[in-house]
Design a protein. Structure first.
Length: 199
């Protein structure tokens, strides 16, 4: 087990490895992702497919990857906080990342720095609302091309997986119980039951 940070007793979120073997929680920067146009399947003639280079983290369960059941590997984008703030400047506001840290922002999940878990500004944010599926062979080849890479450690991996599942388990209701924050309107207390006369 990697040592704790002696100043804060924080365990590292990640472990470093060189294997091409894939697992859930693998951080694979620089993946080539084909982006099809919105009129895909309806436009006539040849269709231009854009290739974006995106940092990804694997979401597919490790058991499916180990047993060869996953032909395609599901991944989500993972960003540094500063990069994410470039796309969504509202997260530059005070308290925005604290709300994410406490799980109050749907679709976002924070992961600690790969090198220094005490540096909260060197953390990463995973965007669950976008999922890419890439061929297992490509992902293994890309992993092999990296001399060293990072994999999320337990129990941060299980917490990450649970957060992903909880995001997709949401159920919208047509109505809900009224908020208890509103001024309480309680029904009137029933009249007291009269006592029986004493002989």
């Amino acid at each position: 087990m990697p040592p704790l940070d002696q100043a804060t007793n924080l365990e590292p979120f990640w472990e470093q490895l060189t294997s091409e073997k894939l697992a859930q929680g693998d951080f694979l920067p620089g993946c080539s992702v084909p982006i099809v146009p919105a009129d895909f399947g309806t436009a006539e003639g040849q269709i231009k497919v854009r290739i974006d280079v995106i940092d990804l983290i694997i979401m597919t369960q490790s058991c499916d990857l180990e047993n060869g059941k996953a032909i395609l590997v599901a991944c989500c984008p993972i960003h540094s906080l500063s990069r994410f703030e470039e796309y969504t400047p509202t997260f530059k506001k005070s308290g925005a990342w604290e709300n994410v840290r406490q799980g109050r922002v749907e679709g976002l999940h924070l992961l600690g720095s790969t090198t220094d878990p005490t540096d909260k500004w060197d953390a990463y944010v995973v965007y669950f609302r976008t999922i890419y599926s890439l061929p297992n062979g490509y992902m293994s080849t890309h992993a092999r091309s990296m001399q060293q890479r990072w994999r999320l450690r337990s129990p941060y991996l299980e917490h990450f997986s649970q957060s992903f599942a909880r995001f997709f388990m949401r159920v919208g209701l047509p109505s809900s119980i009224p908020s208890y924050r509103d001024p309480p309107i309680r029904p009137p207390e029933p009249p007291p039951i009269p006592k029986a006369p004493v002989d």
